[in-house]
Design a protein around this ligand. Sequence first.
Ligand SMILES: Cc1cc2nc3c(=O)[nH]c(=O)nc-3n(C[C@H](O)[C@H](O)[C@H](O)COP(=O)(O)O)c2cc1C
Length: 223
Amino acid sequence: MKPRVLILYYSFSNQTQRVATVMQEAFQQRDWDADVCQIEFIDPRYRIEFPFRPVGRKLLRWLWPQLRGKTGDVRVSGDVLARDYDLICLGSPTWWLNPAMPVVSFLRSPAAGQLLHGKRFAVFAVCRKAWWNNLRQVKKLACRQGGTFVAGTAFCFAGGEIQSMLSFISYMQYDTDRDRCCGVRIRPFGVGDAGLAHAREFVGELADTIAPFTPPPHQDATH
Ligand SMILES: Cc1cc2nc3c(=O)[nH]c(=O)nc-3n(C[C@H](O)[C@H](O)[C@H](O)COP(=O)(O)O)c2cc1C
């Protein structure tokens, strides 16, 4: 029997999805049975069409509820909830220094307990720059649902804080890469080739670490 992995993620502007797809291919090349599933954010209160202008006002619709710890309605395919995985990889974009609201919404739901209880999990954060708290929060929530943390990593955009912010703003407005934003030369939006190579390496580390048919050790959910 092949070891089984689920890569479960949310993605608004496709970068987490790109990483998830590369990870799926890398697992399959190692002869793993690899499922990919996107968390659907179906809550009409937080719907935003993409691309959009002006960027600030629309994105701020997510800021206040997220900072107050609000969650929204999400959906995950019943098929993956019913399957038994040796490893679950959780992919989360950063929103306002935290995991994206759809990821938090899922991880706080009973469905997350059904999926994660007694299972090993890994976390990958995708963002412009601020990955640390995102990864930490996802780890904490998944441990609370009975999962055992194996490893975590982050995929960040190229360039500095300002450059990546301008790339982000430009992409949100036009849904395509442009040379300049506000008169300043900018880098391409998103996770670059080096990031995707890192995704393949991360899969290698996970696959080498996991002995799929031994039960995960007990882990305390409080830290
Ligand atoms: C509402 C919102 C808030 C964001 N806040 C941050 C942030 O605080 N720090 C950061 O580094 N990136 C932030 N980003 C950038 C995203 O992390 C980045 O665009 C990433 O590609 C999102 O993943 P996705 O493409 O899979 O949706 C934010 C993006 C959105 C849409």
